[in-house]
Design a protein around this ligand. Structure first.
Ligand SMILES: Nc1ncnc2c1ncn2[C@@H]1O[C@H](COP(=O)(O)OP(=O)(O)O)[C@@H](O)[C@H]1O
Ligand SMILES: [Mg+2]
Length: 317
């Protein structure tokens, strides 16, 4: 029973004067110990909300509405905030936040920024925090001498490694990496992806990669979850998703990822993801789907296709 199980997770934002924004709306998946899953979907599909909900760090007015989250069979939803903070967050499940590498403070050293949360948030001694910080820097291929450097002295790729080191400091079993390669050039992207792959192989860490770019997960994801408008619309082993995508949205994403098909033509999916405060009543992708049929006016169920592959689409129901 090793790993993370998420069942029917709903996380909404509740603006004062508008209907709730259903950012994560009934998401279920499993992440086995030591494996990796890539969540892919356009911006606004709920990927970051999912990661933040799993870490119980949703910004206000966000809230987990329902669902079950189990780690090695233990129900995490039953834990109080204090228990979750002491035993789960950063220690067993950790996260590299979207855009965080650009949020390092220019006025403090890397060492200070790595150690400080360990001291103030988690109560470690100064010496212990320093030791763990240096170890974490070495784990991500950076030297301990970086402790005394300032962020402006580092390249983008090095800053992203620092963020990964921060997330690894307490040796978590699960690392959620939210758009870890966005805004990096292609060569540095590949280096960061190799690092994640290496961490998984060397430390046995499970990785949950969140990205809008299907091209970046092909290398490291054992499984792929395609997200659209707060829901998983296709889920399965990555080789199956790549060789035999079923959902019209997945097919559209494939066509828009030139690195996978080797072609140069980028076909984009017409239209935009819906307003999650008022999503379409039937299939949420329906209004943009070129394969829509009358049944799509009702919400499609998740259909099992076998071999762990499932799709939320009436064409297969
Ligand atoms: N702090 C917030 N308050 C209100 N709505 C939010 C907030 N953060 C995200 N959302 C909304 O939740 C939806 C999902 O966003 P997000 O999880 O950031 O998606 P992704 O990471 O896939 O781009 C979007 O409609 C977004 O506008
Ligand atoms: Mg995001």
């Amino acid at each position: 029973m090793g790993g993370l199980e998420v069942e029917g997770l709903r996380a909404y934002y509740f603006p004062a004067d508008r209907p709730p924004i259903r950012a994560v709306d009934g998401v279920s998946f499993e992440l086995k110990g030591g494996s990796s899953i890539g969540f892919v979907g356009e911006s606004g599909c709920g990927k970051s909300t999912l990661g933040l909900a799993l870490l119980r760090l949703l910004p206000s007015p966000g809230r987990i509405v329902s669902g079950a989250v189990r780690l090695d069979g233990v129900d995490l939803m039953g834990l109080t905030e204090g228990e979750f903070g002491r035993s789960i967050r950063w220690r067993r499940i950790s996260m590299v936040f979207q855009g965080a590498m650009n949020a390092l403070s220019p006025v403090y050293t890397i060492g200070h920024q790595l150690s400080e949360p360990l001291i103030y948030r988690l109560g470690l001694s100064k010496g212990e925090a320093r030791r763990l910080s240096i170890e974490a820097l070495e784990e991500v291929g950076l030297g301990g001498d970086l402790m005394d450097r300032y962020p402006h002295e580092l390249s983008g790729g090095m800053r992203q490694r620092v963020m990964i080191a921060m997330a690894l400091a307490l040796r978590p079993e699960i690392l959620i990496a939210d758009e870890p390669t966005t805004a990096l050039d292609v060569i540095v992207q590949a280096q960061i992806l190799n690092l994640l792959k290496d961490l998984r192989e060397r430390l046995g860490i499970s990785i949950m990669l969140l990205t809008h770019d299907l091209g970046v997960i092909s290398e490291i994801a054992d499984a792929i979850a395609v997200m659209y408008a707060g829901e998983i619309v296709e889920l399965g082993p990555s080789d199956l998703i790549y060789s035999s995508p079923k959902h019209p949205y997945t097919k559209g994403l494939m066509a828009a990822a030139p690195r996978i098909r080797g072609g140069s033509k980028i076909a984009s999916i017409p239209g935009h993801p819906p307003d999650l405060g008022n999503p379409p009543k039937g299939c949420r992708f329906g209004p943009r789907c070129s394969a829509a049929i009358p049944a799509c006016e009702r919400p499609p169920p998740m259909v099992e296709l076998g071999a762990g592959h499932s799709v939320r689409c009436w064409l297969y129901g």
